[in-house]
Design a protein around this ligand. Structure first.
Ligand SMILES: Cc1cc2nc3c(=O)[nH]c(=O)nc-3n(C[C@H](O)[C@H](O)[C@H](O)COP(=O)(O)OP(=O)(O)OC[C@H]3O[C@@H](n4cnc5c(N)ncnc54)[C@H](O)[C@@H]3O)c2cc1C
Length: 397
């Protein structure tokens, strides 16, 4: 028996879940398909799930701000559900090379309505007494930034979508997509699905699907290692997240005592070898651990004397050449009504609410009219119209 739906959304991570919710909320008949048995079994569950508005590409900053507003009102937007949002504040420290860029960027962000300000050393020390701010030429603070619980967020979107009539099909790897009548047929491990429209939100698994359609997706799946430490008792609880753009590290105090450390650096991410998201090294190497430990011990000296390394793991980023997502309908490639939201390049969780709103409009109305999302088209890579960050750190582009 074939399942039939108006819109098939492939991928039950934060992206597909939000797309499903926004479609269902607009009374669209939709079905979520995933190869996993559970919602968020892909990279979403491995995410450190930081939420902030600090971006340098204006449209991405706008998306981040709108998404952030959604996270702050998540319980109101999706009654009875929570994204587990914890407001921590975010301190970003830059060296003298990036000082002008960060100041120019502040003007842009504030113009969009983001709440963010430059802080001096004294204020930075007041905000986080354990931070050594001396290597930074300038510091920016974003008071309402924080982190969410990524799997809970995706599950909340899906359960709210189900209340609006959406359906799910799990354990259903999509093996083949072919044209069928005025829509598509998806052959999955759990049976066939016929849909008028399809949205691909397939994260690092996207390349082979695009290849099977004859479309080259310039995306590289690369490992992203993180290290988890225990903070000493004097450095407990909810504290500001720190982006150390001198060392290229991010330090995320989580829960009561954890501290998660990862890299904002291209070297660890981009130049890494392409990996198979179903078969890569999921632990952290001792070299990676040493590098991340060195950064955090320098920035937060209390971690050098009293912090304890607990464990590490590696997720996968779906990096594009400009480290920005591809948001498109693939009609240029001969596939009208086949949409994609892929290549999120390690920073797609925080954008999930706005991604869903954008994609629902593209699918239902044929256009998203609030602002121009055409710069995110797939063709930009062959047209040489890559999006440009003010900084050299792609994930905060
Ligand atoms: C370690 C780490 C830390 C991160 N930190 C942050 C952060 O702090 N802030 C932030 O904003 N972002 C962060 N990210 C990035 C963010 O988590 C991702 O961009 C986001 O969660 C991507 O969600 P997604 O739904 O696009 O992909 P995924 O969650 O990977 O979901 C894709 C889904 O598609 C399914 N799928 C794929 N192919 C098929 C197929 N053929 N058939 C059926 N199903 C299929 C997969 O099973 C999977 O469930 C981080 C990522 C990692 C790995």
């Amino acid at each position: 028996m074939e399942a039939r739906t108006d819109v098939a959304v492939v991928g039950a991570g934060s992206t597909g879940a939000s797309v499903l919710y926004h479609l269902a909320e607009a009374a669209t008949d939709c079905l979520l398909i995933d190869q996993g048995e559970q919602i968020a079994s892909g990279q979403t569950s491995r995410s450190t799930a930081l939420v902030r508005t600090h971006y340098t590409v204006e449209t991405v900053a706008r998306m981040a701000l709108l998404s952030y507003n959604f996270f702050r009102c998540f319980e109101k937007n999706l009654p009875g559900r929570s994204a587990g949002y914890v407001e921590t504040g975010l301190l970003i420290g830059v060296d003298s090379k990036s000082e002008k860029a960060v100041k120019d960027n502040m003007v842009m962000l504030r113009g969009l309505g983001a709440i963010t300000d430059l802080v001096d050393m004294e204020e930075a020390r007041r905000l986080e007494p354990f931070l050594d701010p001396s290597p930074f030429a300038a510091l920016v603070f974003e008071p309402h930034a924080g982190y969410a619980e990524p799997s809970a967020t995706a599950s909340a979107f899906v359960s709210a979508a189900k209340e609006h009539g959406a359906k799910t099909m799990m354990g259903a790897r999509v093996i083949k997509i072919t044209r069928s009548g005025n829509g598509y047929r998806l052959d999955t491990a759990a049976g066939g699905v016929v849909a008028r429209k399809v949205v691909l939100a397939t994260g690092p698994w996207s390349k082979p699907i695009f290849a099977s359609l004859g479309i080259g997706l310039p995306m590289k799946a690369v490992r992203h290692p993180v290290a988890i430490y225990r903070r000493p008792p004097e450095y407990p609880g909810t504290r500001p997240v720190i982006f150390d753009l001198v060392n290229a590290g991010y330090y995320k105090p989580e829960g009561r005592q954890s501290l998660i450390v990862g890299s904002l650096e291209l070297e660890l991410d981009i130049s890494g070898t392409e990996v198979d998201p179903d078969g890569y090294r999921t632990d952290i190497t001792s070299e990676e651990m040493t590098k991340l430990s060195g950064w955090v011990m320098g920035a937060l000296p209390v971690m050098a004397s009293k912090g304890v390394y607990e464990r590490g793991y590696a997720g996968v980023y779906d990096n594009t050449p400009d480290e920005q997502p591809v948001i498109d309908e693939l009609s240029d490639y001969g596939f009208e009504n086949l949409f994609c939201l892929v290549g999120l390049s390690g920073h797609g969780f925080k954008l999930a609410p706005e991604f869903g709103r954008i994609m629902a409009a593209l699918v239902n109305e044929g256009a998203f009219k609030d602002y121009d999302v055409s710069p995110f088209r797939l063709r930009r890579f062959t047209e040489g119209k890559l999006l440009k960050s003010r900084y050299e750190f792609g994930t905060i582009g």
